[in-house]
Design a protein around this ligand. Structure first.
Ligand SMILES: NC(=O)c1ccc[n+]([C@@H]2O[C@H](COP(=O)([O-])OP(=O)(O)OC[C@H]3O[C@@H](n4cnc5c(N)ncnc54)[C@H](O)[C@@H]3O)[C@@H](O)[C@H]2O)c1
Ligand SMILES: [Zn+2]
Ligand SMILES: [Zn+2]
Length: 360
């Protein structure tokens, strides 16, 4: 089958080839025919070494498709089911799962580095984050595929597998944005736009979007931002809207130390700063020992939108169905797998929100 492969960390292009196969379906696993996969910034981050990824690997982690084979012991899925792929499966039984933090489940974490579930020219190769949705077929554990209603279009469903879950979950799960509050979102890609939409759903009164790209600011307003500004205009906007006190909630959705610092600085005393972006391990952020005490801000990260995927994937699709979450509108470009490297270029130049690759 066809798949897009990263051969080495630091490579600026993926190799689209047709000699990839998926390994046999073993106990507890399912095989999915991928129908649509979104292109997330984290794919680019796997290429440039920001996010650890064993190589060679099939990239892609935001996908949806149809179950075509089930291994022995699989109970919750059957051939023909439509599913969203989850890149951080939740086992349902470990301490984190039963303590209400299933997104922190480690049960499958090492599989990404141990279980090479594809072959390339007969040799085993990995899938990004245990997934690898830039392929026509994919094998995941039963817990890594969440069944959805068959009438949800695959392109819409694919976005829920990463970007939308992460951005909306940062707002709804990690910080629980309150009605009437003020919200700052720095970075308006697929994840940031999802955070903006969720802030509106939660009833935020002021939603300020920040990005360097004019088109992104236009989109941010279309998706619910009440104000959209360039980074250099944030201080004046904060002064006008919050009297300079800062926002109740600030979301960093870029993955850089300077924007993390900006998000913290623009959070009000006692407010919440949420780090959604994934930055490099060596990119250090500094805080003074005094400010952390004095400002009493809640500074936290969010992994996969702090999701309970079995609850949240259907919840997000219900919001989509009710017209409150616009997922079709976020797909600003559709392509095929051969165009994957163009997709990364378009993402970096800021001309798209989300791009979706479809397979016939
Ligand atoms: N926390 C998680 O579990 C999780 C999951 C998925 C993605 N992510 C991360 O979220 C981040 C966003 O992902 P995406 O797919 O939306 O990326 P994207 O590339 O589509 O969007 C990033 C946006 O940030 C803007 N930007 C860049 N530098 C900026 C700056 N200095 N100030 C303001 N805006 C700036 C870009 O113009 C772009 O619009 C990435 O770091 C990604 O790895 C995290
Ligand atoms: Zn678990
Ligand atoms: Zn992602």
């Amino acid at each position: 089958m066809k798949a897009a492969v990263l051969h080495e960390i630091g490579a600026d292009k993926l190799d689209v080839r047709d000699d990839i196969a998926s390994s046999p379906v073993t106990d507890g696993k399912v095989k999915i025919r991928i129908k649509a996969t979104g292109v997330c910034h984290s794919d680019l981050s796997a290429m440039n070494g920001t996010i650890p990824c064993p190589v060679p690997a099939v990239l892609g982690h935001e996908g949806a498709g149809e179950v075509i084979e089930v291994g022995a012991g699989v109970k919750s899925l059957a051939v023909g089911d439509h599913v969203v792929v989850c890149w951080s499966p939740q086992c349902g039984h470990c301490k984190d799962c039963v303590n209400g933090k299933p997104h922190l489940c480690m049960t499958y974490m090492m599989d990404a580095f141990m279980d090479a579930h594809f072959t390339m020219g007969g040799e085993p190769i990995f899938g990004m984050a245990g997934a690898g949705t830039f392929a026509e077929e994919l094998i995941v554990p039963e817990d890594g595929a969440i069944k959805i209603d068959a009438d949800v279009p695959f392109d819409v469903a694919s976005l829920v597998g990463c970007g939308v879950m992460t951005g909306a979950g940062a707002v709804m799960n990690a910080s629980k944005v309150q009605p009437g509050s003020s919200v700052l979102v720095i970075g308006c890609g697929g994840v940031g736009i999802s955070a903006i939409q969720a802030a509106k759903i939660c009833g935020a009164a002021k939603i300020v979007a920040v990005d360097m790209v004019d088109q992104k600011l236009e989109w941010a307003k279309q998706f619910g931002a009440t104000h959209a500004v360039k980074p250099e205009d944030l201080s004046a906007t904060s002064l006008a809207l919050t009297g300079g006190a800062g926002f109740d909630y600030a979301f960093e959705v870029v993955g850089r130390s300077d924007t993390i610092r900006t998000a913290y600085d623009n959070t009000k005393r006692g407010g919440t700063t949420v780090i959604v972006g994934v930055g490099r391990a060596e990119d250090m952020v500094s805080f003074s020992a005094f400010e952390l005490f004095y400002n009493e801000k809640n500074l936290r990260g969010t992994y996969y939108g702090s999701a309970n995927i079995r609850r949240d994937f259907p919840l997000l699709l219900d919001l989509w169905r009710s017209g409150q979450l616009d997922l079709e509108g976020m797909i600003t470009r559709r392509l095929n797998l051969e165009q994957i490297n163009d997709a990364f270029a378009a993402m970096q130049s800021g001309e798209v929100i989300r791009q979706v690759i479809t397979f016939d």
